[in-house]
Write a new protein. Sequence first.
Length: 691
Amino acid sequence: MSREPLKTDAPADGNPLLEPWTGPFEAPPFDRVEPRHFRPAFDAALDEARREIDAVAADPEPPTFTNTIEALERGGRRLDKAASVFFNLAGAHTNDELQAIERAIAPILARHRSDTYLNEALFKRIDALKTSAGKLGLTAEQSRVLDRYHLDFTRAGAGAPPEIKPRLKAISERLATLAAEFGQHVLKDENDWLMLLDEADVDGLPDFLVASAARIAADRGHPGKYAITLARSSVEPFLQFSPRRDLRERAFRAWTARGENGGLTDNRAIAGEMARLRAERARLLGYETYAHYRLADTMAKTPQAALDLLESVWAPAVASAARDEEALQAIAVGEGGNFRVAPWDWRYLTEKRRRHEFAFDEGELKPYLSLDRMIEAAFYAANRLFGLEFVERFDLKLYHPDVRAWEVRGAGGEPKALFLGDYFARPSKRSGAWMSSFRGQQKLDEPRLPIVVNVMNFARAAEGEASLLSVDEARTLFHEFGHALHGMLSDVTYPRISGTHVAGDFVEFPSQLFEHWIQAPEMLRRFALHHETGEAMPEALIDKLLAARRFNQGFATVEYTASALVDLKLHLEPEPSGLDVVAFEREELERIGMPEAIAMRHRTPHFQHIFSGGYSAAYYSYLWSEVLDADGFEAFEETGDIFDTGLAQRLEKFVYAAGGARDYDEAYRAFRGRSPSPAALFRKRGLAAGA
Ligand SMILES: [Zn+2]
C-alpha cells in the first residue's frame, strides 16, 4: 500500500476514553470515566475517524478490497469505543449531564454517518469493487461484507442526485435528535409518576409485591408507605394482583399515557414528525414508503410479506381472546362485579382464572424462580449446547455496583468473551430489557473478544433476600441471554457482519429460540428450586406451569400484533404530513377490530422500539423470528434430546457463530435441514391456523 500510515495522535490528556484500555479484557475503565470526558473524546475520535475515511477516499491506488473495505473496517475504533461506553450508559445509567450530551451528540454522529455515506469519492471505490466483485477472488465472507457496504451506502443516498444530498443529511440529523428526545421523555414520565399507597391499599397483594412496593416508597423518600411505579416490573404485577379496581384503573391509565401527558415530555408531535421525515427520506431514495425502504434488506423483504404474517395470526388471536374475555366476564360477574371487562381488569381476572383452571397462581411459582438460579440455568444451557463455561469476576470495576461480570470460556478453556449482567430496575435506567455490546467480536488483525451486557429491570429484593422472578421475567432473562450468546459465540472476521449485526427480523431468532430451554421440564426440575428450602418445584406444579403455557396466548398475540400492525401501517403512509399519530392509531385499531378490553402492548407515544430503538417498521420482526424459533426448537424435540449434540453444533455454526456471514434463509436451512414452516408457531401459541 502506498499511503502513509494514519496518525493516531488525538490528544489523550488523561482522558480515559482516548487512552488504550489495558485492564482485564481491555474492558472500559469505568471507574475513571466521568461525563466531562465524553465531549472531548467524541470530538477527537470523530476527527480521527474523518481523517481515516478521507485517506481511504483519497488513496491514489486503484481500489482493492484491502485498501478500501478492510481499511474502513479498521477505521473508527476510538469512536466505537467512546460511543459504546456512552450509549450503554445513556440507556442503563443516565443522568442529566449524560442526557444533555446525548441530545447534543446525536445529530453530530448522524452528520458523521451522512458525510461518510455521501462521500462520492469513497462510494466510487466501493461501487467499482462491487461491479468487479466476481473477479476479485473474495472469500464468501468478504463478498457478503462488500455487498453490505454497497447496500449501506446506496440506502443512505450514495449515488443519488447531488441536489438531494443536503436534504438527506438534514433529515438524518433531525431524526437522531428526535429519537434521543423521545426516549428521554418516556423515561421522565416513568420516573415522575408514583402511586403512593397505605397499608389498606396493599391488602390482598402477594408478599413479594408488598415488599417491593415498600422498598420503592422508602427509596423515594416515603418510608413506611408503599409505592407503585410505571416500571413494568412494578405496574404489571400490581395490575395482576390488586383487587382494587379503582387503583388498577389509575395505574393502567398512567402507564398507557406515557408520552401523551401534554407539556415538555409529550411525544405525539415528535412521533408525527419522525414518521413524516422517514417517509420523505424513503421517497427521496426512490422507495414507495418508509416501510418499503426499511424492509428491503430483511428476510421478509417486502411490507406485504410482513403484513401477511401478522394478518394470518390476527383473526385466530382475536377469536381466542374473545373466548378468554367471556371466561373473564363470567368470573367478574361471579364475584358480583357489575362492569364490562376493561383493559385494567384483564390481568387481574386472568390471574383468577388461572387459579380456577390450573389451580395455581403466579405467586406460587415465584419462590422457585430466583434470579441467581435462573442465571445459573442460562449458563448451564449454554454449556450443554455450546460448551461454554462462566467464571464470575469480582475484581472488575464496572459502571454501577449492581453490575456483575463473568469471564466466558470456550470448550477448550480458552477465553471467549466478557459477559456483564445488570439486572435491577433503577431510575437511571430506561425501561425494558436489552442486550448490548461494549465491544463486538472480530479477527481482522488479531482476535478481539466481545464484551456483552444484558440489562434488565427486575425488582430488587430486600438486603440479604433472593430476588424472585415471574415466569415472564425468567423467559426475558433467557431471551436477552440468547442475544448475548449471539454476540459472544460470534466467529467472523469482519465487524460489519459480526454477532447481532444481522437483519432485524432474523436477530430475534437466536434470542427467542433460547427462551425454549427455560420452559423445558428437565431444566425446570434442575433449576426451579425453592429459594429458601432448595427443594425442587413439585412435579404437579411443573405440569400446571407447562399446561398453562398456551393460556392467555390470544391476549398476548393481540396486544403484540396490534402494536406491530400500527407500526407497519404508520410507516406505509406515503405522505404522513400533519399526521396526528394518536388519531391514526385509533383509526387503525378500529379498522382491524381491536378488542376493547385489550390495549396495545406499546402505544405510539411511548413506543420506544420504533421511535428510539431501531425497530421502526420492524416490530413485526419478533413474530417473523418466532416462525423460526418455534420451528427450530421442534427440531430438538424431534430428536428427543433438547441438547442434541449434532443439532447444537449446526446451530452454533450456522446461526450463533455466523453473524451476517450467510444469507439467512440459507443459514436456517443449513441448521434445520429444510425451510421453516409457520405451523409450529400456531401450535406454540395454541392458535388454530385459518380460524
Ligand atoms: Zn430481542
